[in-house]
Design a protein around this ligand. Structure first.
Ligand SMILES: [Zn+2]
Length: 239
């Protein structure tokens, strides 16, 4: 009964929202260059092209966010050099040697190291800034700051093996139903954090896989998440 009612709430929520106006938010993609990383013998560089982002990736992100009436447009997608501070090599080492378990903790060693490499001059003041790096640390796929406008994504990942095997290239996009999760889904998930959404309790039983995670991974947004995300999106759009 609980399962059925949740599905119904989602369906009704989706129908009601279809009548509301679509909120459009710009994304600036930063395809960072200059970092070569090696983990467990796997050499990694950025392999994503601007056309991947403006084409299939944007399409999947928008497919995921459509039920919320939020659509993204690409403001810019280009290759950009990372900063080269004097401790550049050490900062790269911190990311390569990071351990599993520092999950999305703001200010952890790896997020601090990556933060020192991102060029603030390339940042758009109000658009969603999505930075693509070769790799962002063991079992990490992406991170963002709640309600902010920056997200950092790794185009290589070792999440599936729990960092026991060398990282592999993330799948660019994936048709439904979700099996492993794509780079596009990771971007959609991190944009969810920028829109104020948090992870559901892992112990919570959900009849459908959810974009923000929890007991089951997938694409669904609850009615509550949609309301919250739209409210935050309005604020971003009004800047
Ligand atoms: Zn997350």
């Amino acid at each position: 009964m609980k399962r059925l009612s949740l599905v119904l709430v989602m369906l009704i929520g989706g129908c009601l929202l279809a009548a509301e106006t679509t909120i459009t938010l710009p994304i600036r993609f930063h395809i960072t260059q200059g970092a070569k990383m090696t983990v467990k013998g796997q050499a990694m560089e950025n392999w994503v092209q601007p056309a991947d982002l403006t084409g299939p990736v944007l399409a999947e992100v928008n497919r995921i966010w459509k039920p919320a009436g939020i659509q993204f447009v690409v403001e810019r997608a280009q290759a950009e050099a990372l900063l080269k501070p004097s401790d550049f090599t050490e900062l790269i080492r911190v990311v390569e040697n990071s351990k599993r378990g520092e999950e999305e903790v703001a200010g952890s060693g790896r997020t601090a190291a990556i933060g020192k490499l991102l060029d603030p001059a390339q940042r758009h003041r109000t658009a969603m800034n999505v930075y693509l790096l070769p790799y962002i640390g063991a079992t990490y796929q992406g991170y963002a700051n709640l309600g902010g406008n920056q997200a950092v994504i790794g185009v290589w990942t070792d999440k599936a093996s729990r960092a026991e095997k060398p990282p592999v290239k993330a799948l660019l996009v994936e048709p439904e139903p979700m099996k492993v999760g794509s780079l596009a889904r990771t971007i959609a998930h991190e944009l969810g954090h920028n829109l104020g959404l948090v992870h559901p309790d892992k112990a919570e039983v959900s009849p459908v896989g959810r974009l923000m995670g929890g007991g089951r991974q997938g694409y669904a947004l609850t009615e509550e998440e949609i309301t919250k995300a739209r409210k935050t999106a309005q604020k971003h759009a009004g800047k």
